[in-house]
Design a protein around this ligand. Structure first.
Ligand code: ZN
Ligand code: ZN
Ligand code: ZN
Length: 749
C-alpha cells in the first residue's frame, strides 16, 4: 500500500538520512526505489524502512537485488511513470492522525478548528475519488485551488502534506454550512457551535461525514433518541454511537486490549462492546441487547462536534429503511425530509458511498460484520494468481468482488437489494469497482437463487460466461480465501437462508468443500417455514412448526399453553399451512432454528428486524454455562446425514414446564449446537480423514457460537479457520463466488 500515504517522501527521507543516493518513482508495478552507498548504510536503510513505515503504508514483501553502480550524486523523487498505474492501489479513508488532531486544537495553528484538516497520514481517500490515478485533479478537491501556503506544503518532500491530495486550509478549502429542514442556510458565524446547541436541545441533525451523512442526536437523551426512532421507522434495531475518547468508551462499555486496538485503528469501525449500566446512555439506543456499537471520531468535524456537553452522539447512517446511505447535499435534503431538523453539511462532494464498518472481537481476533469505510478498497491477498472474474454476491448485506491477478477487491457494503435505490447503488458500486481496478471481467459469478436481483443482473451484463455458485459453498470458500488456504476442508456453513441445489432453503450445512466443488455431507433437519418470509418476521410461526413436527396432534395444546398463537382459528390455520406446506418452503437454516427456540421460550414472538430473536437469545445465554441437550444423527443409505433436534425440543419443553430459567435454557441450546458442530465434524473426519474445519455464515456473528465452536473443535484436534478480513455473513459471499468461478476456469471446468 504505497499510494497516497506519503511513501515516496518517506523513502526520500530515509535514504537521505542514511547518506544514500539514488531515486524513488511510482511505476505501473508499484513504487521502485534504487539506493547507492556503502553496504552498511544500505542495510540501515532496509531496516529503517520496516521500522519507520508511514502509518497508512503497508509492505507485503521486500526483496533486495544488487545493481550496477550509477554514481548518482543525490537522492531524487522522480515524477510518475505515466504509462500505467493499475497495480498501485488506492488507500482507504483514514481517521484524523494525532499530528493533525494536535493542530486542530492549537489556537496558534492556521488550521485551528478547521473541519477539513488532513495530511498524507490521514483523511479522505476512496470517498473523494472520481478516477485513478489518485491525483487531486481526479478528486472532489479539484475545484479548490491550493493557496500559496498549502501549495508550498504540497510540493515539499520534507512536509507532512507533500502530495496530500485533499490538502486544504480555511483560506482555500471546503467550508461548512448549516441548513434548516427546508435546506435554507441558517445565519451563524460558527456552524459547529450552533449545531452543538441544536443537538443538546434535542434536535435531529444530518451530519455530512466521509462516506455519507449520519443522523445524529444526543445519545444521553431518551427523548431525542425516541424522536429519531419514530421518524426513521426504526423501532428497536440498535443505533451506533460515537464517543470522543477511548476513556469515555470505557465508561459506558467493557473494552479489552484487542477491542481498544480496533477502536483506535485508522479504520475506525463501529465496535460491538459489552454495555456497562452507566446511566450515561439512553436505554433506547440499544434495547434488549447486551452490546453497544461504539466508534471513535474519524473526521475532524466529529472531533469538533463531540463537545463535553455529550457523553456520546448517536451516529446512524442517514437513510430511509432499506435504502442506501445519503451522500449528496440535495439528495440528503430530499430523502431525509421529515427526519432531520437541520443539516450540517459542506461543499466537498462525497463521490463514493461508504457506510461505517462494523466489527467485534472474538477469540481475541477482530471480526468484521460489515466491511466498508476504512477498509475499502484495500484488496485481499490471494494465495495464487487467478483469471479475472466479477462476482455479484447475494441479496442481503450484499457486496461484489473483482479478482485481478493475486488480489480480490471487495466492494463497499451495498446492503439489502430490496429497493430501487439499493439497486441503483449496486450498479453505481459496480462501475466504481471496475474503474478503480481498471478492469471489466467477462466471467461473472452469481448465486443459484433465481429470484435474487444480482442473479438477474448477471443475465443483463455483457459476459462470456455466467457461473452460478451455491450459497453455502461460496461461504466456505470465502472463509478459505480469508485464511489463504486451499484443498479439501470440512465446511460448517450456518446462516438463515440460502438457495440449495434441491430447491430448499439451506442454512445448517456440513460440507466437504474445495475451491471448485462441494459435497453435502449432512444438514440440520428440514423444517417447514409457515408463510415463508412471514416466518422470518414472526418467529412464533417457526415455533409452531417445531411443535407440530415434534408433538404431532398434541401440538395445539402446547401452543396454547405457551401463548404462541392468540386464538384457535389461527392455530388451525397454522396447522393447515404447515401440513400442506402452503407458501411455506423447507428450511435447514440454523438461524431459523434460533428464531424458533427464541419464540418457544417466549423471548420473541415477532421481530422488527431479521436476526433480532437470535441476537436476544445470544444475549440471554451470554455469561452462563449449562449442559447440552440431547440430539440424534440420522443416516440412511447414501443420503446426507441429518441432525435431528427432536430430543432437544422435547428437553427444552420439559425444562420450561419444570420452571427452568430461560437463561439456562438459552445457554444449553447454544451448547447443544456447539456439540452438533463437533460431532458432525468428527463424522466427516472419520469418513474422509480431513482435519481442517472452515466456519462461515451469518450465525458465526454469534460470539458464543463462534468462540464455543473454535474451542470445542480445537480441543478435538481440528485446525479451525474462521473469518477475520471479510464478514462471515453474506457480505463475504461475493469473494467466495469469485474464487470458485476463477478456480473452475483455471482448471478448465
Ligand atoms: Zn494527519
Ligand atoms: Zn490553503
Ligand atoms: Zn448466507
Amino acid at each position: 500500500m504505497v499510494q497516497g500515504v506519503g511513501f515516496r517522501p518517506f523513502i526520500y527521507r530515509v535514504a537521505v538520512k542514511n547518506g544514500l543516493t539514488g531515486f524513488v518513482q511510482n511505476r505501473p508495478e508499484g513504487v521502485v526505489a534504487e539506493v547507492e552507498g556503502p553496504s552498511a548504510f544500505v542495510d540501515a536503510f532496509g531496516a529503517d524502512i520496516r521500522l519507520e513505515l508511514p502509518p497508512l503504508a503497508c509492505i507485503t514483501n521486500i526483496e533486495c537485488t544488487d545493481l550496477e553502480i550509477r554514481h548518482d550524486q543525490n537522492f531524487q523523487i522522480i515524477p510518475s511513470d505515466a504509462k500505467g498505474h493499475a497495480d498501485v492501489h488506492i488507500t482507504p479513508d483514514s481517521a484524523t492522525c494525532p499530528d493533525c488532531l494536535q493542530e486542530l486544537f492549537d489556537p496558534t495553528n492556521r488550521r485551528f478548528r478547521y473541519p477539513f484538516i488532513n495530511c498524507t497520514n490521514c483523511g479522505p481517500r476512496l470517498t473523494i475519488i472520481n478516477a485513478i490515478p489518485y491525483d487531486r485533479a481526479n478528486t472532489s478537491m479539484a475545484c479548490f485551488p491550493l493557496c500559496r501556503e498549502c501549495l508550498v506544503e504540497y510540493e515539499n518532500p520534507a512536509d507532512r502534506r507533500f502530495h496530500a491530495e485533499p490538502n486544504a486550509c480555511p483560506v482555500c478549502g471546503p467550508q461548512l454550512t448549516l441548513l434548516n429542514a427546508e435546506g435554507k442556510p441558517v445565519e451563524t458565524a460558527d456552524p459547529v457551535k450552533t449545531a452543538i446547541d441544536l443537538l443538546s436541545s434535542g434536535h435531529v441533525l444530518a451530519v455530512k461525514g466521509l462516506g455519507g451523512f449520519h443522523l445524529s442526536v444526543d445519545a444521553g437523551s431518551s427523548e431525542a433518541v425516541k424522536i429519531l426512532r419514530t421518524r426513521k421507522y426504526r423501532e428497536e434495531k440498535p443505533l451506533a454511537i460515537m464517543v470522543r475518547t477511548i476513556d469515555q468508551a470505557m465508561q459506558i462499555a467493557c473494552v479489552s486490549p484487542e477491542e481498544e486496538t480496533l477502536l483506535t485503528s485508522p479504520q475506525r469501525p463501529i465496535v460491538l462492546l459489552k454495555k456497562i449500566q452507566s446511566g450515561l446512555i439512553s436505554d433506547s439506543v440499544a434495547p434488549h441487547v447486551p452490546n453497544l456499537g461504539i466508534m471513535l471520531p474519524y473526521a475532524p468535524l466529529h472531533h469538533l462536534l463531540l463537545d463535553d456537553r455529550f457523553t456520546a452522539l448517536v451516529m446512524t447512517s442517514a437513510n430511509q429503511i432499506d435504502e442506501p446511505i445519503c451522500t449528496g447535499n440535495r439528495e440528503a435534503i430530499d430523502r431525509l425530509q421529515g427526519i432531520a431538523d437541520y443539516y450540517l453539511t459542506h461543499n466537498r462532494d462525497i463521490l463514493v458511498r461508504c457506510d461505517d464498518s462494523i466489527a467485534f472481537v472474538a477469540d481475541r481476533k477482530p471480526r468484521l460484520m460489515r466491511r466498508s469505510r476504512g477498509y475499502i478498497p484495500q484488496p485481499l491477498h490471494l494465495k495464487e494468481t487467478y483469471p479475472p472474474v466479477l462476482a455479484l454476491g447475494g441479496q442481503l448485506k450484499t457486496t461484489h468482488c473483482i479478482l485481478k491477478g493475486r488480489f480480490a477487491f471487495v466492494s463497499p457494503h451495498i446492503g439489502d437489494m430490496e429497493t430501487p435505490q439499493a439497486r441503483d447503488f449496486f450498479h453505481e458500486s459496480l462501475a466504481l469497482m471496475k474503474r478503480i481496478t481498471e478492469s471489466d471481467p467477462q466471467i461473472i459469478a452469481c448465486d443459484l437463487h433465481p429470484a435474487y436481483y444480482s442473479t438477474q443482473a448477471a443475465q443483463e451484463l455483457p459476459t462470456e460466461r455466467i457461473i452460478q455458485v451455491q450459497h453455502h459453498h461460496a461461504h466456505i470458500v470465502s472463509c478459505m480465501v480469508d485464511n489463504q488456504i486451499g484443498g479439501d476442508v470440512i465446511g460448517l456453513a450456518m446462516d438463515g437462508t440460502g438457495y440449495g441445489t434441491d430447491g430448499n432453503a439451506w442454512g445448517g450445512e456440513f460440507l466437504i468443500a474445495n475451491e471448485t466443488g462441494f459435497q453435502r455431507f449432512g444438514h440440520l433437519q428440514y423444517l417447514v417455514l409457515p408463510g415463508g418470509e412471514k416466518a422470518i418476521r414472526e418467529p412464533r410461526r417457526i415455533a409452531a412448526s417445531l411443535l407440530r413436527t415434534v408433538y404431532g396432534a398434541s401440538w395445539q395444546e402446547l401452543a396454547h399453553k405457551l401463548n404462541l398463537i392468540p386464538d384457535q382459528v389461527q392455530v388451525e390455520l397454522f396447522e393447515k399451512i404447515i401440513d400442506g406446506k402452503i407458501h411455506s418452503p423447507m428450511s435447514s437454516g440454523l438461524g431459523r432454528l434460533f428464531d424458533g427456540v427464541a419464540a418457544l421460550i417466549g423471548l420473541r414472538l415477532s421481530v422488527s428486524f431479521e436476526g433480532q430473536a437470535a441476537m436476544e437469545l445470544e444475549a440471554l445465554a451470554a455469561g452462563s454455562t449449562a449442559p447440552p441437550y440431547p440430539f440424534d444423527i440420522l443416516r440412511n443409505d447414501d443420503n446426507p446425514y441429518i441432525v435431528d433436534t427432536t430430543a432437544m425440543i422435547r428437553a427444552i419443553l420439559a425444562d420450561l414446564q419444570a420452571g427452568q430459567s430461560k437463561t439456562i435454557i438459552a445457554a444449553s441450546f447454544h451448547q447443544t449446537i456447539i456439540d452438533v458442530f463437533a460431532v458432525m465434524a468428527g463424522e466427516i473426519r472419520k469418513a474422509t480423514g480431513l482435519n481442517r474445519v472452515a466456519l462461515s455464515g451469518g450465525c458465526f456473528q454469534n460470539k458464543i457460537l463462534l468462540e464455543g465452536a473454535i474451542n470445542k473443535l480445537r480441543h478435538s484436534g481440528f485446525d479451525v479457520y474462521s473469518h477475520s478480513q471479510v464478514p462471515s455473513n453474506d457480505g463475504g459471499i461475493s469473494l467466495g463466488q469469485a474464487v470458485i468461478a476463477a478456480s473452475m476456469i483455471k482448471k478448465g471446468m
